[in-house]
Design a binder for this molecule. Structure first.
Ligand SMILES: *Cc1c(COP(=O)(O)O)cnc(C)c1O
Length: 411
């Protein structure tokens, strides 16, 4: 493994001081790399000591449009000066257009805006259960939802209760009942798990946190057909996979699947404000009536202004095309590393999971070595590195970042 003088001698003075002060006064629920960023533009971040880093994580895909996108910043600045929040007790002037644009992007009738991804997932769970009782006629209190092994849907107690990751789950019970786990990508297992009280299937079209794990070809389409046939709702958690990342607007588009519920977040707020949403037709979202669900900040004016601009940008198709184009480069360069410090790679659009050969080091050690070379990436599950560059990254910068990875894994 290659290291440089920078890691050998520790981080530069201001970074080191601010990093230590942050560690001293925060709960250690993260283990950040010792970089302290001060400003950023496009795919580049600059730390407090003036060192530049290429961002190959993009805020876990919250920054699909890069840092400081001029069009998004203009919309946000203009909205800040006019109106930020009314609460949903009153309607503001940005609400109708945002909901219509997002609904149109999804081909759905209704939008329920929330803030974080986990809140959107919780919203989808509530809506599917209520639909089950009121529309499908499921036995009161007995609704179940089918989920996948290796899932990541957020951090609330209900959601971690149906995770199989011990770090996410252990020590946080008791958990809410009503979830059945089946192996990810196993259609026969989903079919076997469906009973008369099954109201929905909640899954990621590609498991991001799991290490960019793709189900077998045809699984997503098969799941669509199965759920339709069985009168079970299909909720696609597109929070990380959606909104241009994979080269299509939604990862579901790769198999021409339209789920009953789109669960969206991350890039919907462009890294400026948290914006999430559940998008579905009236026969599904229509089960909610006044007072039955809500959020103080959900659908606020600033969020709607930014979210609407994101939807407008995606409607051009430009970012999806860029993800496809740059994704080809990403795939070519990563596949060349297999057998040279890399065990396996999985690529879809501008998104990759890279399994590092344990002989090279842990995923964390590779990320530390990358940092020393001016590249920021994040490991997941020990030996995998997830690459999700901003979709606006320059091809040359991406190639340079991948050169650094090649140098690090080849040792
Ligand atoms: C990040 C993520 C979430 C949770 O989003 P938060 O905004 O962190 O609550 C849920 N599902 C998937 C697939 C995610 O990647």
């Amino acid at each position: 493994m290659t290291t440089t003088a920078r890691t050998a001698t520790g981080t530069a003075p201001r970074s080191a001081e601010l990093f230590q002060r942050a560690e001293a006064r925060t709960a250690h629920n993260y283990k950040p790399l010792p970089v302290v960023v001060e400003h950023a533009e496009g795919a580049w971040m600059t730390d407090v000591d003036g060192t530049r880093y290429l961002d190959l994580l993009a805020g876990y895909s919250a920054l699909n449009f890069g840092h400081g996108h001029p069009g998004l910043l203009r919309v946000a600045h203009e909205q800040l000066d006019k109106l930020t929040l009314t609460s949903r007790a009153f309607v503001h002037d940005r609400f109708a257009d945002f909901c219509a644009a997002l609904g149109d992007l999804c081909g759905k009738e209704l939008v329920l805006p929330m803030n974080t991804g986990a809140e959107a997932v919780e919203t989808a769970i509530k809506v599917m259960r209520k639909w089950g009782y009121e529309v499908k006629g499921v036995t009161p209190g007995q609704a179940n939802i089918i989920v996948a092994s290796g899932n990541f849907h957020g951090r609330t107690t209900t959601i971690v209760g149906f995770s199989d990751d011990p770090d996410a789950r252990d020590g946080f019970g008791p958990f809410a009942p009503g979830f059945t786990m089946v192996p990810y990508g196993d259609l026969a297992a989903v079919e076997a798990a469906i009973d008369e009280n099954t109201v929905g299937v909640l899954m990621e079209p590609i498991q991001g946190e799991g290490g960019v794990v793709l189900p077998p070809d045809g699984f997503w389409k098969g799941l669509r057909e199965l759920t339709a046939r069985e009168n079970v709702l299909m909720a696609a958690d597109e929070i990380q996979a959606g909104l241009g990342r994979t080269g299509r607007t939604f990862a579901s588009d790769h198999e021409d699947v339209v789920p009953d519920l789109y669960v969206l977040g991350k890039a919907l707020g462009a890294g400026i404000v948290p914006v999430s949403a559940v998008v579905a037709d009236r026969d599904v979202l229509g089960v909610l009536r006044p007072g039955q669900h809500g959020s103080t900040f959900g659908g606020n004016a600033l969020a709607c202004a930014v979210g609407h601009e994101v939807v407008t940008m995606l409607a051009t198709g430009e970012y999806q095309a860029r993800a496809t184009e740059l994704g080809a480069l990403l795939r070519e360069r990563l596949e060349a590393l297999v057998g040279h410090g890399v065990h396996a790679v999985r690529v879809r659009g501008l998104w990759a999971g890279v399994d590092i050969d344990p002989a090279v080091g842990t995923g964390r050690e590779v990320c530390e070595a990358l940092m020393a070379r001016g590249v920021l990436a994040k490991d997941t599950h020990g030996s995998t590195i997830r690459l999700a560059p901003p979709l606006v990254i320059d091809a040359d910068d991406l190639a340079w970042g991948l050169d650094q990875l090649a140098e690090v894994v080849k040792g």
